[in-house]
Design a protein around this ligand. Structure first.
Ligand code: ZN
Length: 481
């Protein structure tokens, strides 16, 4: 990830360089709706609307990008006005609709010398090395004689091939003068999209490049690392300027699923990104509870998704942009608790969940003394532990300094040393998911308490190794105030 900088950017004609040029901008969702209602017919008898819609359809049919059509007229200059300071760009931020029309000028400014048409593009700062396109408008210069025809160039300008070219700018392509392309900076005999044009659009919207993708199941823990030689975001996305390393995972959801995804690392500043299978539409987090870890909790419709384990190009808040990380992913409805820990620091692939709620719906950490609080938690033990006999423990640390542990009768009793913590429950075979009600109907005011913080931990030990307790390193916290 690259920190987005700057504000809105307005571009007209981007510069050329290598094969299929990207102009550094990208639509967030691989689609855009053009408002198309251009009155009149070309001398050939074909309507300007049909010519423009043919061009939209070529891009939609032959590339991973989709132009949608709304046949309402929207003035492409709405929201723009003459700019006395800068002769190249009109002033303003547009109207957020994608419009098209013939025009005598560029919303009050002159068309440049021999400019047949122009695409105005508004992009907003994005975090993955691209600016995100929000709006484009296309203006065809009335100073030229226009027609619609196929084949070699004639004195009249073919509207359809110019529309194809401008729509390439609208979806994020720059000029390409080294390959045979509609995105050439000058008009020629080509009248349809070329392989280079299609490759350019597909590199932006066709999904992940040649980066390796590992399959991920909805309940698992992965331990890996971001290291020199891994794919960078700009390779995965086929463009942009984000050189940070990224590992890519694929997850397939058969039904709508609420997922908790947590990325933890002590070596790097974790950034977690979830996209659809084509890298569009982004959920991301870089800052779980003000820490270096990242957490995404969201409900995803059935479908295929990519989970990207990423970091910052330049470490931003926490040190490091390479090193090992751990991702825990779970479809448990309870919030995930970071840092599965053990007494000896042994690594485990256990996932701990838990939360406190007063209404049964929203998990939160701050409560009024009058609220009735329930605390639930669950453990997905390390797969290596499943099936073994085990004991369960829960511990409440009070801001008053007291330590309370639940006993086998289900009562919280004070303990003096952590080593004397009793098991509250046992099992002869650990299940893949163990659910617990830790507290039920706790009402602080019933105990005359009005200002107290309680931190709750849940743990288990294997009876084969009773000294080693695996627990949530981050507590379920209840602040009563
Ligand atoms: Zn151009």
């Amino acid at each position: 990830m690259r920190k987005a900088t700057g504000l809105i950017s307005l571009i007209c004609i981007p510069a050329a360089a290598l094969a299929f040029n990207l102009d550094g901008n990208r639509w967030p969702d691989a689609e855009a709706t053009f408002f198309v209602d251009i009155p009149g017919l070309a001398p050939s008898g074909i309507s300007w609307n049909d010519g423009f819609e043919d061009s939209l359809a070529q891009w939609s049919d032959e590339t991973a990008f989709s132009f949608l059509i709304n046949s309402t007229f929207v003035d492409p200059c709405e929201g723009y006005s003459a700019n006395a300071e800068n002769m190249d760009f009109p002033e303003g931020n547009g109207d957020s609709f994608n419009g098209v029309n013939f025009s005598d000028d560029v919303c009050g400014n002159e068309f440049g010398q021999s400019v047949l048409a122009l695409t105005l593009s508004i992009a907003l700062p994005g975090n993955l090395g691209f600016a995100l396109i929000d709006q484009t408008d296309i203006l065809f210069n009335n100073a030229f004689s226009w027609d619609i025809y196929s084949g070699p160039r004639r004195p009249e300008i073919d509207f359809r091939r110019v529309a194809l070219h401008e729509l390439g700018h609208a979806l994020g392509l720059g000029h390409e003068d080294n390959e045979q392309a509609m995105m050439s900076s000058s008009i020629g005999n080509l009248d349809s999209l070329q392989a280079d044009d299609i490759a350019g659009a597909d590199s932006l919207y066709g999904g992940p490049g040649d980066c390796a993708i590992a399959d991920l199941s909805p309940n698992s823990v992965i331990e890996d690392s971001l290291v020199e030689g891994d794919c960078a975001v700009l390779e995965l996305y086929g463009g942009g300027q984000d050189t940070s390393f990224v590992d890519t995972y694929r997850i397939n959801l058969e039904t709508e699923t609420r997922l908790n995804i947590m990325m933890e690392s002590s070596a790097l500043d974790s950034v977690l990104i979830v996209t659809d299978e084509k890298l569009n539409g982004v959920e991301f987090d870089d800052d779980s509870a003000g820490k270096c870890d990242a957490l995404i909790t969201a409900t995803f419709p059935a479908g295929e998704y990519l989970v990207l384990a990423n970091t910052f190009v330049e470490p931003f808040k926490c040190p490091g942009n390479t090193g090992s990380y751990k991702i825990s992913i779970s479809d448990n409805s309870l919030p995930i608790l970071s840092k599965a820990s053990s007494a000896s620091g042994a690594s485990s692939k256990s996932i701990f969940h838990g939360g406190a709620t007063a209404d049964g719906m929203l998990y939160k950490s701050s409560f009024l003394p009058s609220e009735t609080i329930d605390v639930s938690a669950s453990i997905q033990p390390d797969p290596l532990h499943v099936g073994q006999s085990a004991s369960f423990y829960t511990l409440a640390l009070l801001s008053s300094g007291q330590k309370l542990a639940k006993n086998s009768a289900g009562k919280f009793k004070q303990i003096n040393k952590l080593s004397s913590i009793p098991a509250f429950s046992q099992t002869s075979a650990l299940a893949p998911l163990e659910n617990f009600s830790i507290l039920k109907n706790l009402k602080a005011e019933a105990f005359g308490v009005s200002d107290l913080t309680i931190q709750i931990f849940l743990g288990y030990s294997l009876d084969a190794a009773p000294g080693e307790i695996y627990f949530n390193g981050k507590a379920i916290t209840l602040a009563i105030e």
